[in-house]
Design a protein. Sequence first.
Length: 71
Amino acid sequence: MALREYRCAKCGATFERLIRSTDEERRVTCPECGERRVRRLISRFTAAGASRGQAAADGCGCGGSCACGRR
Ligand SMILES: [Zn+2]
């Protein structure tokens, strides 16, 4: 389940939708004009998750002095 942000290809309206399945994502339409061609925007939630993931990939920050396996 994810809150995603979209922009309508027709009228340019932006809106958020709570997506619970890929099937639901395929049925997203513009609330303003009903257009089905909507573009998914990079949400703030996705950006926050990406930065957290990057921090984890950098390791524990010990510089190789503990048992985390980082050299
Ligand atoms: Zn629209």
